[in-house]
Design a protein. Sequence first.
Length: 304
Amino acid sequence: MTQFNEAELTAAVVNSFEQTPDPRAKFLLQELMKSLHDYVRRTDLTFEEWNYAIDFLTRTGQKCSDIRQEFILLSDVLGVSMLVDAVNHRDRDGATETTVLGPFYVGEHKVTPHGTDISAKLEGERMFVQSRVTDRGGKPLASIPVDVWHADGDGFYDSQKPSFETAGPSSRARFITDSDGRFFFKTILPCSYPIPTDGPVGEMIMQTRRHPMRPAHVHFLVNAPGYEPLITHVFIGGDKYLDSDVVFGVKDELVANVGRRTDPTMPDGTKASGPWHLMTYEFHLKPGEGLAPKPLGAKVAQPA
């Protein structure tokens, strides 16, 4: 008879999953049990510590809503999101580097005309973004949806504001590439910002004396048939948090030199009201397949 003690318990738990029909699920569960049990033994985990962990995870779940995902944030700050991303994108072979989705891919990303100012209601230094989507060989990819979103000049995403339900989205949109694979839009220059610290993840960050900051960036999600979905950021060069991103998401290739301009007109011919900034970036997609994530809390079903 198996003795459910420290010496034999792990083997019994691992064996309890032996009849799992799905081989992959069986493998993942059994490996998780081995690692979790080993952690308990190696650390001599106390009842108080385990109860605190259970309470922490409970509060993390309670902080989630249809437009807030505290578990994604937890995964991000522990580096798990970037590790999962890394092991699933080992061979880029000329394709644009990927990074974390983040917890703010929410709401409707409505198809928007090129040249639109997606932050028209917001104060801040203006920025013109011009971009192009191609395959790895430089062939332009036309009629491809590209979702974009970023924080405002105070470091908040629209979904973090009480006005989100009534005012609707800001600094987020969907563009469709033209015949040459291009899209362009206006917005404000984003700034570095802290992750939300009003929940258990923020509590952990502050108690462990880690800073909560992310360097300034714009999110992009490119979803082209016949290619792997591309989830990435373009970071603003020179940001002081590029080397210490709280979610470990920065890669050298994703840092853009966003120059300050004083030209009287922007690249699309519209008049500039003052100095503005130019972001230029080209995305290269890798052939393949995959499912792009759906925005949290989206009210209208659109291809993601």
